[in-house]
Design a protein around this ligand. Structure first.
Ligand SMILES: [Ca+2]
Length: 308
């Protein structure tokens, strides 16, 4: 069922390594129900990520959504992927970045300040949609918790309902995830990989996107092919599902209390998300996705981002 109200969002993304962020941004650009006031990038080479974001928006005919670099996190210069290359300054080159994106210009302000400024401007009207490590969002909370408390909601891709599984976004900054998920008073929703892995392209889906991402969308197809070549599995639409739920309710949720594990040695691995039925220390209430209508979502995604 579609929602009636237009959703005002700020999109915080680590676009550029996994392919799903780019599809999520294409979905935002193709969805009149969503008004995106800003994009902020996070994790390592945030400038190249911003240029990739601008190129996707441009390819979808959107020129008025400003893109801001956020924080690189504590893993800025370590090798993470075996196919990874570095520039002359030792900064990792983002896999989906191409020289044809070099001319795009990011805004000068830092993403963390932009998150707070937009909360000050829009208050409860604004939702933050966070689909990368939660470094920027946590820093905004630390900088001005009273202001942050005025945001309308947080919609997060991350975690896993299975307590033994760590998920990328939480694992790369578990302290930030703890700060965000234990922040009281703000409505929160989270969709974990136990759900998002159900929206993986089957071979038919993949063929559809290969055929229909053409014209100005060919760059998105090129990024998809780079990802498939590097990872060698069909794309998984983690982040687009989160965006899709802003338009139609593709998921069912349960209210839980989320606890992010920071312990690297004893009681679990850093970045595990543990969900409880009642409040425990360092936890706050959150709606956790427990079910998805995966085929309905996939048809929606195809229709939206390949619309002629
Ligand atoms: Ca992401």
């Amino acid at each position: 069922m579609a929602f009636e109200k237009r959703r005002k969002i700020l999109f915080d993304t680590d676009i550029g390594d996994d392919i799903d962020d780019a599809f999520a941004l294409a979905l935002i650009a193709s969805s009149p129900e969503i008004e995106c006031v800003a994009v902020t990038t996070v994790f390592r080479n945030v400038v190249q990520r911003g240029k990739i974001a601008l190129s996707v928006l441009d390819d979808y005919g959107i020129k008025d959504i400003p893109v801001y670099p956020g924080l690189i996190g504590q893993y800025g210069k370590d090798r993470i992927f075996k196919y990874e290359q570095f520039d002359e300054q030792g900064m990792p080159i983002v896999a989906h970045y191409g020289e044809d994106m070099a001319h795009y210009k990011l805004q000068e302000k830092n993403g963390v300040d932009v998150i707070l400024e937009n909360i000050a401007k829009y208050g409860k009207e604004l939702e933050i949609v966070a689909v990368g490590p939660l470094t920027n969002v946590a820093e905004a909370i630390k900088k001005d918790p009273a202001l942050f408390a005025q945001v309308g909601g947080l919609v997060i891709m991350g975690g896993n309902i299975n307590p033994d599984v760590t998920e990328w976004n939480i694992r790369w900054d578990p302290e930030a995830a703890r700060t965000v998920l234990s922040f009281p008073g703000v409505p929160k929703k989270i969709i974990g990989t136990d759900i998002t892995k159900q929206v993986t392209f089957n071979d038919e889906d993949l063929q559809f996107f290969r055929l229909n991402l053409d014209g100005s969308r060919a760059r998105l197809r090129r990024m998809m092919e780079i990802w498939i070549k590097n990872i060698n599995v069909n794309p998984v639409m983690h982040d687009p599902l989160v965006v899709g739920t802003l338009v139609c309710e593709f998921c069912k949720y349960q209210k839980k209390y989320a606890y992010v594990c920071l312990d690297r040695n004893q009681n679990g691995a850093a970045g595990e998300t543990w969900y409880f039925d009642r409040k425990v220390v360092c936890s706050e209430e959150i709606e956790v996705a427990v079910e998805v209508d995966n085929r309905a979502f996939m048809e929606f995604l195809k229709e939206r981002i390949c619309a002629k």
